[in-house]
Design a protein around this ligand. Structure first.
Ligand SMILES: *[C@@H]1O[C@H](CO)[C@@H](O)[C@H](O)[C@H]1NC(C)=O
Ligand SMILES: *[C@@H]1O[C@H](CO)[C@@H](O)[C@H](O)[C@H]1NC(C)=O
Ligand SMILES: *[C@@H]1O[C@H](CO)[C@@H](O)[C@H](O)[C@H]1NC(C)=O
Length: 234
């Protein structure tokens, strides 16, 4: 390759990344920072996250919220396979955090490793404990009423791992329909959360590389429109 061709290719690539970053920075984002409940869709027919006691949580190094999956929308449509419903996280692991799920209302189904369980308010473990590195996901088992699950993760801080910031930004991005695979990589890498579809060492490489490319493309871990700053913790 002649030197001019190399420089042409490199120059084009830089210009393209610059253009892409500009496009991403121009996306319009709904201001949801500070809200205590954030729906993951504008039509309010998927699920939402309810935040509370943020200051107390931050002081005590844990994170807690409630995930409310609506019975009336696509996530409550029992004809759709659970894993294809937008409210069902992909089967995934957390690197260092232990997660505790407490069913508050409805009928829960969940997968731990390769086993699937279902339970209701009387039969669910209280809480259901998911240690680090154990693959899991959950969904609505029957749609007689909304599913409400309290999600608790520890230890938690504001810099990485599952946190309020992660869920606020995840919900905001979904709500504004700015989801892309690169954005997911950036968020998941920061949340130390990896899909369990491949052995962890491979998945880590993929997510880390994806997050790097995502950040070059202009995707961020947090956006000011979505992220509640500490002064406004309620
Ligand atoms: C969203 O839907 C839920 C469940 O149907 C309802 O309780 C809530 O009030 C709705 N929120 C808005 C902003 O419409
Ligand atoms: C918030 O914290 C207070 C005091 O610890 C507690 O009584 C209350 O139940 C908490 N609220 C929720 C929704 O957990
Ligand atoms: C958390 O810590 C901050 C700073 O020490 C303090 O101002 C605040 O009152 C604490 N919040 C709770 C709920 O304990």
């Amino acid at each position: 390759m002649g030197w001019w061709l190399k420089w042409f290719v490199i120059g084009s690539l830089v210009a393209w990344f610059g253009y892409y970053r500009h496009q991403i920075s121009q996306l319009s984002r709904t201001h949801t920072a500070g809200l205590s409940r954030i729906a993951t869709s504008l039509a309010n027919n998927t699920d939402s996250y309810q935040f509370f006691n943020r200051s107390e949580q931050m002081n005590n190094s844990y994170f807690e919220c409630e995930n409310i999956v609506y019975a009336h929308g696509i996530c409550g449509n029992l004809q759709v396979p659970p894993i294809q419903r937008p409210c069902t996280p992909p089967l995934h692991i957390h690197l260092e955090q232990t997660e505790f799920f407490t069913l508050i209302q409805g009928h829960l189904a969940y997968q731990l490793g390769d086993k699937v369980y279902s339970c209701d308010i009387h039969t669910c473990p209280r809480p259901l404990i998911v240690p680090p590195l154990l693959s899991h996901t959950f969904w609505m088992h029957d749609n007689k009423e909304d599913l409400i699950v309290r999600v608790h993760a520890e230890p938690a801080d504001k810099y990485n791992g599952l946190s309020q910031r992660f869920f606020e930004n995840f919900a905001g991005i979904n709500r504004d329909q700015h989801i892309s695979i690169w954005q997911i990589f950036v968020l998941f890498e920061n949340a130390q959360t990896y899909p369990a579809s491949l052995p962890l060492p491979f998945m880590k490489i993929i997510v880390k590389l994806g997050a790097l490319i995502g950040q070059l493309l202009g995707y961020k871990i947090e956006y000011e429109e979505y992220t509640t700053v500490e002064d406004n913790f309620n």
